[in-house]
Write a protein that binds this ligand. Structure first.
Ligand SMILES: [Zn+2]
Ligand SMILES: [Zn+2]
Ligand SMILES: [Zn+2]
Length: 254
């Protein structure tokens, strides 16, 4: 099993438009962050989690030619705006793309990208999708078993996924004690957010590091990073079993 971090940035990306700070001006490629997204592969199955605004270039840069399904954590623009580029997969496959999301997000997806779901009279290509509910309990996509949980994220909810011993959880404030008990000791590698400072709707780095400890995660990878984080310099500020994600990072999973 393998994961590829396609994007490791927070909603504004890094560099931030018009920002002169040292991290936005840094030459380190690991300080250049497109919006957060990840691909998980096992056996013959490849799942894309979220469609960031840079989805097309992320997929091209990763050398990916096809995916079997998309799963959404939630539909904030930084996680969904690349939806239109799902068109390109159809050019080759001629098959509708399975797109998994929680049932309470169906109406929002159809509102954000109405032209893909209504007959507008447009004669060009629109994304061809097969929308599917993420159920409350475990489900399978090809070779990958997925266990979803819903987490609070401000006034909305974000879904985290446990796949084998790999977990991806972005855009949430906290796990409940029951959720911690349920996933504790089952996770080898976890990718989670986000940057330093304080935040009302996101788990910030000290909270995420504490969560890794509560869940007994062996390898904790922090993503959804802002221009607060210098990849090299701030590595010293997090524990040894934790590291920062970067765009293009390949994570080999046990
Ligand atoms: Zn986000
Ligand atoms: Zn900056
Ligand atoms: Zn969000």
């Amino acid at each position: 099993m393998r994961a590829i971090v396609l994007g490791s940035g927070t909603s504004a990306g890094v560099p931030v438009i018009g920002c002169d700070c040292s991290i936005c001006q840094s030459d380190d490629p690991k300080n250049k962050r497109t919006r957060s997204s990840i691909v998980v592969e096992k056996g013959k199955t490849r799942i894309l989690i979220d469609t960031a605004p840079e989805m097309r270039i992320q997929i091209v840069n990763a050398g990916i030619r096809s995916i079997d399904a998309v799963m959404y954590t939630h539909l904030h623009a930084d996680h969904s705006a690349g939806f239109d580029d799902l068109r390109a997969f159809w050019f080759h496959s001629k098959e509708n793309m399975p797109v998994y999301l929680r049932d309470y997000y169906m109406a929002e997806l159809k509102k954000r990208f109405y032209y893909a779901f209504e007959n507008t009279g447009y004669l060009g290509a629109v994304p061809q999708t097969d929308l599917r509910d993420i159920p409350d309990n475990s489900f399978r996509i090809g070779d990958i078993e997925v266990e979803p949980i819903d987490l609070p994220h401000g006034n909305v909810s974000s879904t985290a996924f446990l796949m084998g011993s790999f977990a991806y959880a972005t855009d949430f404030k906290r796990f409940s004690p029951e959720q911690i008990a349920n996933w504790r000791g089952r996770i080898h590698t976890m990718v989670s957010g986000i940057h330093f400072g304080s935040h009302n709707t996101h788990s910030v780095i000290p909270e995420t590091v504490a969560l890794f400890e509560e869940l007994e995660v062996k390898r904790g990878i922090i993503t959804h990073l802002s221009h607060d984080v210098d990849y090299e310099k701030h590595q010293n500020d997090i524990p040894h079993h934790c590291e920062f994600a970067y765009d293009g990072m390949i994570i080999d999973l046990p």
